[in-house]
Design a protein around this ligand. Structure first.
Ligand SMILES: Cc1cc2nc3c(=O)[nH]c(=O)nc-3n(C[C@H](O)[C@H](O)[C@H](O)COP(=O)(O)OP(=O)(O)OC[C@H]3O[C@@H](n4cnc5c(N)ncnc54)[C@H](O)[C@@H]3O)c2cc1C
Length: 425
């Protein structure tokens, strides 16, 4: 948000007023609507949800202390939800709530962030259409070979996602931990679509435009939001992600579009069929992107290799949203990582321009103690605490349920006297 302000851009809030549609549990499950931040779950699902949040908090505390070397109070629970790939389902339910990734939209689009930063750098200093193919480190300098030319410099910040960075040729070769990171951080698969309408009929019918659906062979998307422009052009935006992206992207565009439209008709009404234009983008088909929205770590990577994500390799420094310690996978994470990498380069190349506190911050991050594996390696801890929690909940539910039943006039007394009679017998 600081950068948005600095660049003279404006944001407007994501429209969330009205009914949200919730359809999980398969094609035959009931379609429900709600107006709060999360849907009204059944008591059992709510118990499961509470348990999930409790487990996640426990994991967050362990992870922040032993892996990141920070105190849990430094991270908010909501942030951790965003950070955790495990929380994908909850994330979808919370995405448009205050403090989440979809809370604001940038007027005119987020590409203006790159465009305005490029203007500040001077467009003649930004070389587009020249992919980096090799980075060779010499004694005093580093050579960056692109498809167009070779540039000699003092330091390089590599900002592309780990799987793209792995395609560059490095001399000397990168350390093993860095190579493993690139190979063990698969990138997600997501298609984004925007569908425009003559009127925002969903608003007129009291819907917010937010749908959380169980993607299936009938419904390609997992989530949609209102995407009406600040000037009032009505639109919905949606995402086809993960397994669904694999399935639906093997079909023709017309099939996907028709399935999107018929699902919107099912959730929002027949007006959804009268769209103006459908546009989609499969990010996996972008040559220099290969997928989106972020590379995720396979189990164990965070514990063992996360310092390698940011640790400079000689004159090569690493940025990009995957290296962020907050809002990893989001625009804010990309900006945070860029600022951190810039400080690292300055600390090495011209430390005099940094204040003592900035220098201290950079060095503290680079020399942070490695993960405390003794805490992480307690394999039984999770299942034992989980069982304790479930037993506790069951005892509580039985006690409360029993008390309510027994205290209910008539029924309870009758039952109580029968129980007492059995005991007497
Ligand atoms: C469909 C979609 C929706 C999203 N929605 C949101 C949202 O609502 N909110 C949010 O905060 N974030 C969202 N994100 C995530 C956000 O876009 C990313 O987190 C952010 O763009 C990451 O920035 P980055 O600079 O780390 O990487 P990128 O934006 O991926 O930039 C990496 C750049 O490196 C270039 N590159 C790759 N290889 C080479 C090479 N060899 N040589 C030269 N250049 C190379 C690529 O072309 C690319 O321009 C979304 C992403 C997608 C795809």
């Amino acid at each position: 948000m600081d950068l948005i302000q600095e660049l003279g851009l404006e944001v407007y809030p994501q429209f969330t007023e009205g009914k949200k549609v919730h359809h999980m549990g398969g094609a035959n499950a009931k379609i429900s609507t709600y107006t709060s931040s999360i849907p009204s779950f059944s008591p059992l699902v709510l118990l499961d949800f509470v348990h999930f949040m409790w487990r996640l908090t426990q994991e967050m505390e362990l992870c922040t202390r032993s892996v990141f070397g920070m105190e849990p109070s430094q991270l908010s629970f909501l942030y951790f939800l965003m950070y955790s790939a495990a929380a994908g389902g909850v994330m979808r339910l919370l995405e448009a709530t205050p403090g989440s990734a979809q809370e604001f939209r940038v007027k005119g689009g987020t590409q203006q962030l790159s465009e305005r930063v490029a203007e500040q750098l001077g467009k003649e200093n930004v070389r587009l259409g020249s992919a980096v193919t090799a980075i060779w480190q010499r004694e005093e300098t580093v050579e960056v070979k692109t498809t167009m030319s070779t540039i000699t410099c003092k330091a390089v910040i590599v900002t592309c996602p780990p799987h793209m960075a792995a395609q560059i040729e490095y001399r000397p070769a990168l350390p093993l931990e860095r190579l493993r990171l690139a190979r063990c951080m698969p990138v997600g698969h997501m298609t984004k679509f925007i569908i425009t309408y003559p009127t925002a009929f969903w608003k007129q019918k009291g819907f917010s435009g937010e749908i959380v659906a169980h993607p299936s062979i009938h419904c390609p998307f997992g989530v949609t939001f209102d995407a009406t422009s600040p000037s009032g052009s009505p639109a919905l935006v949606g995402f086809i992600a993960g397994v669904q992206a694999c399935y639906w992207n093997s079909r023709e565009m017309e099939d996907r579009r028709d399935a999107v439209v018929s699902s919107l008709v099912k959730y929002l009404g027949p007006e959804a069929a009268s769209y103006i234009h459908y546009e989609e983008k499969d990010w996996a088909k972008e040559e220099y992107n290969g997928g989106c929205p972020v590379n995720v770590m396979v189990p164990g990577m965070l514990t063992f290799y996360h310092p390698g994500l940011r640790k400079p390799c000689g004159r090569i420094y690493w940025a990009g949203t995957e290296t962020a310690t907050r809002w990893c996978g989001y625009l804010s994470g990309a900006v945070q990582s860029g600022q951190r990498a810039a400080l690292e380069v300055l600390a090495d190349v011209s430390p005099a321009v940094l204040s003592p506190s900035e220098l201290q911050e950079v060095r503290a991050d680079l020399t942070r103690a490695p993960s405390d594996l003794s805490q992480v390696w307690d394999c039984n801890r999770g299942s034992a605490s989980s069982s304790r929690f479930l037993i506790g909940l069951t005892v509580m539910a039985v006690t409360v349920g029993g008390a309510v039943f027994l205290l209910k006039p008539g029924l309870g007394e009758n039952c109580l006297s029968r129980v007492l009679a059995v005991i007497q017998k």
